[in-house]
Write a protein of this length. Structure first.
Length: 467
């Protein structure tokens, strides 16, 4: 007699805990003083003063026992180390590109890519540039264009692939600026600034077809490539029975290269890389790498870090892990929705994005409703998050000083990989319930000090007491 397979609703962590780090418990009064001294900027709060750190999923995850074992095999030879050979083999096995150039993290790969590919006046389309990507494009005097589909701008829209690039907008961009002024096109997978939303394989094919007609190379920001592949397997017809690696292979086959912050789906605490199939570009990129990062076989990383990445890139392909990862994010999103929070739907892969504009209709965009929520989450529960709205993406006219707010005012709750248990997530939900009940009492913030680039990292804020 055939036994019936049991189906359980609870998704358990597909790992056990072998090491722990204590959390220092703080009181609300202590946190009020801490955030005041940090000028109400969560980036300036010391890690030991945070209970649950959801600032980023970049480099904050827990490494596996196999990764720690790999670290002990680290070959610290300056040139041609065995660690690099293992790293290069792992990257090529997954991504398939000809040249693999290690960097200390993703933004270094971006800087090198755009320094080689762009010039003043160049146009770089993307579905949505993330903050460091945009900054590195603009630092070259180029223009970063966001061409995400309209559904991707609507927080409530349940489109399964809200990270898709608008192909018609891409065609119009080519017509308006000319292909000679567009040195490359990028697609960010998953679309971080757009809520961690995935990009479909069909969309990649369509974008590639348009670019091929104009001999424009396609590069991926592949920081969360495995999560994107899981969504394709889950949501796109024809991919249900394919492995994650097979899906990644197909997607990358449409590209000419990629950048990656391996602190995300590389499952490590540091590292990144730049890949390309272009021999000439690769040589220029390696020359620039030597100038600022290191020799092309270590790129600013220790050999032990390269070994940890070689293992982590393979581990992230495990479907049991990805199922747990996506389920954890979905669990948080569903509970916040039940409370009443307007979140970017459907829940993304690595984070939940709360729509602070809708949550706080009484706080104007240039009074930074996202920053108000982030600060309140820290004060009430010691939870650190990040604003992704007008603080991060508001556009300032350098001549007039006038600021244009971002299209969306979001707060990102990014979940580190293999780090928190369900009770940690349940605590976050309890804190958010308390904040929701007093949401109409919160006020906005003003910026008192800011740098010209990436201001959200170092800006100073003050609360606005009166309207």
């Amino acid at each position: 007699m055939k036994q019936k397979e049991s189906i359980f609703r609870t998704v358990i962590e597909p790992f056990i805990i072998k090491s722990i780090e204590p959390i220092v418990m703080t009181t609300r009064a202590e946190r009020e003083e801490i955030i005041k001294k940090a000028h109400y900027n969560l980036f300036k709060v010391n890690a030991q003063d945070v209970l649950i750190d959801l600032l980023t999923d970049s480099g904050t995850g827990a490494m596996s026992s196999e990764q720690w074992a790999a670290i002990m095999r680290g070959d610290e030879s300056y040139a041609g180390s065995q660690s690099f050979q293992r790293f290069e083999t792992s990257v090529k096995d997954i991504f398939g590109f000809k040249h693999v150039i290690p960097t200390h993290q993703g933004r270094a790969a971006e800087r090198i890519l755009f320094s080689v590919m762009c010039k003043k006046g160049s146009i770089v389309p993307n579905n949505t540039h993330f903050d460091t990507t945009r900054a590195n494009v603009e630092y070259q005097g180029a223009q970063a264009l966001d061409l995400v589909i309209e559904e991707g701008k609507d927080p409530k829209n349940l489109h399964p692939f809200k990270g898709n690039m608008d192909v018609e907008k891409l065609k119009n961009t080519l017509s308006k600026f000319g292909s000679e002024n567009i040195p490359l096109c990028m697609i960010t997978i998953t679309n971080n600034s757009g809520g961690g939303q995935p990009v479909s394989m069909e969309n990649v094919k369509q974008v590639k077809a348009v670019l091929s007609n104009h001999n424009i190379p396609l590069y991926f920001d592949a920081a969360r490539f495995a999560e994107n592949a899981y969504f394709i397997k889950e949501r796109e017809a024809g991919y249900k029975n394919k492995t994650i690696k097979e899906i990644v292979h197909e997607m990358m086959s449409y590209g000419d290269g990629c950048t990656m912050s391996a602190k995300k789906d590389g499952m490590a605490n540091i590292g990144g890389f730049l890949c390309t199939n272009d021999d000439l570009a690769a040589q220029k990129q390696k020359d620039l790498l030597i100038l600022t990062e290191g020799f092309p076989t270590y790129g600013g990383l220790a050999g032990r870090d390269l070994d940890a990445l070689a293992v982590g890139l393979q581990e992230v392909l495990d479907e049991s892990y990805l199922h747990y990862r996506i389920s954890e994010t979905r669990y948080l999103g569903e509970h916040l929705t039940e409370i009443g929070y307007p979140i970017l739907q459907p829940p993304g892969g690595h984070a939940i994005y709360i729509d602070a504009k809708e949550l706080f209709p009484h706080i104007q965009p240039l009074q930074y409703p996202g920053q108000a929520l982030s600060v309140e989450m820290y004060i009430v529960g010691g939870i650190r998050t990040v604003e992704i709205g007008s603080v991060m993406f508001g556009r300032i006219d350098r001549k007039t000083g006038q600021e244009t707010p971002s299209e969306m005012e979001l707060v990102r709750l990014a979940l580190p990989r293999r780090t928190h248990t369900q009770s940690h997530i349940d605590y976050v939900i309890e804190v958010m319930r308390e904040i929701y009940d007093s949401r109409n009492e919160l006020n906005g913030y003003k910026i008192t000090k800011q740098p010209p680039f990436l201001r959200h990292f170092t800006a100073d804020f003050e609360p606005i007491s009166d309207y």
